[in-house]
Design a protein around this ligand. Structure first.
Ligand SMILES: Cc1ncc(COP(=O)(O)O)c(C=O)c1O
Length: 400
């Protein structure tokens, strides 16, 4: 018998670990940029499963590839070769210009692997080269090592003792980074655009100077592109927009369009630090996830697709700037790049997110007061207008 929404809420309260502050709708299916709840209500989805549904919902080529692969081989472990994994890896190596890929199952796991390979590589230079520097307000995941890498105490409280060797520095402040680095620095790990921390785009020269400092101290540059990658910035990797190449980059979220996956890609030089047995995963890079990734990579790797992301991003930024001009006492700043956009307001954003939901628009709030827009990358101007118009109708209620 089908469950009612009320039964689902009650079961969740009884059975599920209470770690999520969920919004009270039960989602049932999706189509393109829209999702539908159990009551048949339609929502325009500008959160996309938190920057995951890059091709939207129910994308025909993605659905076909997943269905066909499920009918052939869902899983077989990494003890054997599969064509789909070889294809996905080849595409990522080409797109990144780096050397070797490892597939994991999530963003946190991809970052764990990146941290491990960085430490292993650094230890080939010196046994006390182990410091990993990350940024304040960063977000790198929820495992013990990645929450330690995350420069926000609220994610770390209660989970000690944390792994040693992590230090934090102000983002976008090259002097602060320089004063913390030495020959003992194994790696600097940064999001080229901070997502969870409130959508912060660094100054153009910053990442280039970080690269120079890493070269000076023989430290690796790790870019966490789990949120900023997969075309979201308007380039396939956000680092391309800054003209900087990392030694290791991590991806997850949109990589397989919603099928769980993560990946880290390292230069050949760094990859040599890993020998058989140094890392592994039962599920990572399984045929189902790789078949999905193949389709996503073919679609997003195309420059005409990325051009549209840049154009739609610019259009949405322009429309959000219009709201800022209209409501200057409420909106402090609109920022972002491509289709990762944030609107900082002068009060907590959750009520506004709820009000938008009631009017049929899914958006999100991060860092307490930054409305975040990370829609599917297939959005059109009409979709953007729909969301911005709903926001425009909601915001006046929140002006003091
Ligand atoms: C930049 C960044 N790194 C890592 C993660 C963690 O990814 P996951 O939730 O798949 O473990 C996230 C998730 O929001 C992220 O935005």
């Amino acid at each position: 018998m089908q469950m009612t929404d009320e039964q689902i809420y009650q079961n969740d309260a009884r059975d599920y670990l209470p770690v999520f502050a969920r919004y009270k709708i039960v989602l049932d299916h999706g189509d393109g940029v829209y999702v539908y709840d159990s009551q048949g209500r339609k929502y325009i989805d500008f959160l996309g499963g938190i920057a995951v549904n890059v091709l939207g919902h129910n994308h025909p080529a993605l659905v076909k590839a997943v269905a066909e692969q499920a009918g052939k081989l869902i899983h077989c472990s990494n003890l054997y070769y599969t064509e789909v994994q070889a294809r996905a890896a080849e595409k990522l190596v080409k797109l990144s210009g780096l050397g070797k890929v490892f597939f994991a199952n999530s963003g946190a796991e991809a970052n764990e692997g990146a941290i491990k390979i960085a430490r292993k590589y650094a230890h080939t230079i010196s046994p006390d080269k182990s410091q990993i520097i990350t940024a304040l307000h960063s977000f790198h995941g929820r495992t013990i090592a990645t929450l330690t890498a995350t420069g926000q105490p609220k994610y770390q409280e209660g989970f000690g003792p944390l792994p040693a060797g992590f230090d934090y520095v102000e983002y976008n402040n090259i002097e602060a980074l320089e004063s913390m680095m030495s020959e003992k620095t194994a790696a600097v790990m940064l999001e080229p655009i901070q997502g969870e921390g409130g959508v912060h785009v660094p100054e153009e020269a910053y990442l280039r100077k970080v690269r120079e400092l890493c070269d000076k101290y023989d430290a690796l540059l790790l870019f966490d592109e789990i949120q900023s990658g997969m075309g979201r910035s308007g380039c396939f990797f956000a680092y391309e927009a800054f003209g900087v190449k990392p030694d290791v980059v991590t991806l997850a979220k949109g990589l397989a369009g919603g099928v769980p996956i993560g990946a880290f890609i390292s230069s050949d030089k760094v990859a040599e630090a890993f020998k058989p047995g140094d890392h592994g995963s039962t599920f990572g890079g399984n045929p189902l996830a790789c078949a999905a990734a193949d389709v996503v990579l073919d679609t997003i790797g195309d420059d005409s697709f990325l051009k549209n992301v840049r154009e739609m991003g610019a259009y949405m930024k322009m429309r959000l700037d219009g709201l800022k001009a209209k409501y200057p006492s409420l909106i402090k700043e609109v920022r972002g790049m491509g289709l990762i956009l944030g609107m900082e307001i002068n009060k907590p954003g959750r009520d506004i997110v709820n009000a938008c939901l009631e009017k049929g628009s899914i958006i999100n709030c991060t860092a307490g007061n930054v409305l975040r827009f990370v829609p599917p990358l297939i959005v059109t101007k009409e979709h953007i207008d729909e969301v911005v118009d709903i926001l425009d109708s909601v915001l006046p209620d929140y002006i003091d």
